[in-house]
Design a protein around this ligand. Structure first.
Ligand code: GLY
Length: 489
C-alpha cells in the first residue's frame, strides 16, 4: 500500500478528469472491490485478489469493500463490514472500516449494505451512476441487481452522461469513467515503477531457477513448482498462470506433464506480482540440451534481434503499432534469409504474412494487471482516436498500438512459431501462396516455437527495462550460462 497522499491525489485527479461532463449530469462514480470466490465450498476460497482499479484509487486490499465518489460534490465514502466476534475468532482482530478509510484519506465510512442504498438512492434521484465493467461475475450480478438491468448492460461500455446506455435504459458501464481511469493508470507514477522494478527482480529469480532446472530428465511440472515457489516467497505470487512447455508453438500452454528431452526447446513465459500487486512478465526459450541446434539457433537469433530492435525503437512519440510492424518486417527478412518465405518484404508485411509465424501482437500494457486494464476493454486500453485496430493476421491481435509516452510500461515479446494446424490451414486456403515456401516449412512441423519477452518502461528520452538485471538472452550467452550451471549443479 502506498502513502495516503497517493490515493487522495489520484481521486482528485479522477474528479478533475470527469469534470468535463456538464455540471448536474455528473452523478456518482461507484467502485466495487472484489468479494471472496469459493474454489468449491464456501469457506474454501481462492486466494483473495483485489480488483485492480479499486486498489489504484482506494488501496484497501480486502474483500467486500466498495466506494462512492460523488462527481458533483467531490464527497467520497468507503463501505465495508466491521468485524464481529465470529470474524475475530477465525481471522483475528482487524481495524474497523473507519480506520481503514482514514488510512487512505477518506473521512466517511459506512457498512457494506449502505453502498447498495446509496447507489439506489442516486438512481431514484435520476443521477447518473458511473461504474466500470467488472472482471468478476459476482460484481457484474451485484450491479445488475442494484440497477435493475440485465447483466449484459453491466458488461457493455457506453457513454452514460448523455443518458445513453443499453437495453433501452440509461445504464451501462461508463465510457467516460473507463477513459478517465485508463488515462491515469496508463502512465505509471514513480511509486508504481518502483513496484514494477520489484516484480521484475522477482521474475528474474523465477526464470533463473527455471533455467537451472531445465535439464534432460527433469519434469516440466517440477520446474513450474520451483519457480512459482520463488514468487510466493518473495512477492504476492504469479502475475498469471505460468506458461511452460516444450510445445512452445502453443502460445499459452499450461500443461506441464512432459519430461525435458534433449534436442527440444523449453519455452517459459512467467511473471511475478509484487506484494502491492504490480506485475512482471518475461519469456525465455531454452535449448533442453544446453546447446541450440543450428536450425534452432537460426530462428532464435531472428527472434532475439527482433526483441532488441523493438527495444531500440520504443520511445516517446513512436506508436507501438509502428514498432510491431518493424518487428514483423525484421522477422520476414530473417525467414526470407532461410528461404522459408520469398518476395518483396514490404509486400509481405502489407499482406500480413508475419501473422503465420507470429499470430500475436508485439506486446501489451503492464501494471497492476499483467495485461493492464484489459478488463476495461482491450480497445480502450491499447487504442485511441489516433490508432484503430487492424484486421490483418498478427497485427489484428496487437493489444497495444498507442503512441508511446513516458510512463507507459509495455511488453516486448516477439516470437516465431511453427504451428502445424495453422500452416496447413493457410496452405489449404491458398493464403500467402505467393510468399510462403510451404514445401520448405514441411521440415519445421516439429520445431515448436520461440518467444523472447522483456518488459519496457518508456522514459522521457527512450526506454529502459525495469528491474536491476536482465535475464540472459543472446544465444551464445544462454549456451555459456547453461553449460556453467550444469557443471555446478
Ligand atoms: N505473458 C502472458 C501473456 O501475455 O498473456
Amino acid at each position: 500500500m502506498f502513502d495516503k497522499d497517493v490515493y487522495v491525489r489520484r481521486r482528485r485527479t479522477l474528479l478533475e478528469r470527469m469534470s468535463s461532463i456538464p455540471e448536474g449530469r455528473r452523478g456518482i462514480a461507484a467502485f466495487l472491490g472484489n468479494a471472496e470466490a469459493p474454489q468449491n465450498y464456501r469457506g474454501n476460497d481462492y486466494r483473495f485478489r483485489q480488483d485492480s482499479t479499486f486498489l489504484y484509487f482506494w488501496g484497501i486490499d480486502e474483500p467486500c469493500f466498495a466506494a462512492i465518489l460523488d462527481l458533483d460534490s467531490g464527497e467520497e465514502c468507503i463501505y465495508g463490514n466491521d468485524t464481529d466476534i465470529d470474524d475475530i475468532i477465525w481471522m483475528g482482530p482487524q481495524p474497523d472500516v473507519a480506520g481503514k478509510a482514514e488510512r487512505i484519506g477518506v473521512s466517511c465510512s459506512a457498512q457494506y449494505a449502505d453502498f447498495d442504498k446509496a447507489v439506489r438512492a442516486a438512481r431514484s434521484q435520476g443521477r447518473t451512476v458511473h461504474f466500470l465493467p467488472a472482471s468478476r461475475y459476482y460484481n457484474t450480478l451485484k450491479m445488475a441487481s442494484l440497477l435493475e438491468v440485465p447483466a449484459e448492460c453491466i458488461r457493455k461500455v457506453a457513454p452514460v452522461a448523455g443518458g445513453h446506455g443499453c437495453c433501452g435504459k440509461a445504464v451501462s458501464a461508463s465510457e467516460e469513467l473507463v477513459k478517465a481511469v485508463i488515462s491515469m493508470r496508463l502512465i505509471k507514477e514513480e511509486c508504481e515503477i518502483e513496484e514494477i522494478d520489484k516484480a521484475c527482480d522477482i521474475g528474474y529469480l523465477m526464470h533463473t531457477e527455471a533455467r537451472r532446472g531445465c535439464r534432460p530428465g527433469a519434469r516440466e511440472q517440477d520446474i513450474v513448482g520451483r519457480m512459482e515457489g520463488i514468487t510466493i516467497s518473495k512477492g504476492w505470487g504469479v502475475s498469471f498462470t505460468t506458461i511452460l512447455s516444450q510445445n512452445g508453438e502453443t502460445l499459452h500452454n499450461h500443461s506441464h506433464g512432459q519430461i525435458i528431452t534433449p534436442g527440444r526447446m523449453l519455452l517459459i513465459d512467467a511473471g511475478a506480482e509484487s506484494n502491492s500487486h504490480y506485475a512482471s512478465d518475461f519469456t525465455r526459450t531454452y535449448p533442453c540440451s544446453g546447446k541450440f541446434t543450428q536450425k534452432q539457433k537460426d530462428i532464435y537469433d531472428i527472434v532475439e534481434s527482433a526483441n532488441e530492435l523493438a527495444f531500440s525503437l520504443a520511445k516517446p512519440g513512436v506508436t507501438y503499432r509502428q514498432v510491431h510492424l518493424a518487428v514483423a518486417r525484421h522477422i520476414l527478412e530473417g525467414l526470407s534469409g532461410l528461404k522459408l518465405v520469398r518476395g518483396d518484404v514490404d509486400e509481405m508485411v502489407a499482406a500480413g504474412i508475419a501473422g503465420l509465424f507470429m499470430p500475436h501482437g508485439l506486446g501489451h500494457n503492464m501494471g497492476l494487471d499483467v495485461h493492464d486494464m484489459e478488463d476495461l476493454g482491450e480497445d480502450y486500453v491499447g487504442y485511441d482516436e489516433d490508432q484503430k485496430r487492424a484486421s490483418q493476421p498478427g497485427l489484428g491481435s496487437l493489444r497495444m498500438a498507442r503512441r508511446l509516452q513516458p510512463g507507459h510500461v509495455v511488453t516486448d515479446e516477439p516470437g516465431i512459431y511453427f504451428i502445424p494446424a495453422l500452416i496447413r490451414k493457410w496452405k489449404m486456403e491458398g493464403t500467402g501462396r505467393d510468399f510462403v515456401n510451404y514445401s520448405a516449412l514441411e521440415s519445421y512441423h516439429d520445431f515448436g516455437g520461440i518467444r523472447l519477452e522483456d518488459d519496457v518502461l518508456i522514459t522521457s528520452d527512450g526506454a529502459r527495462r525495469p528491474g536491476s538485471r536482465r535475464l540472459p538472452i543472446k544465444s551464445s550467452e544462454i549456451e555459456e550460462i547453461m553449460e556453467k550451471e550444469r557443471e555446478i549443479l
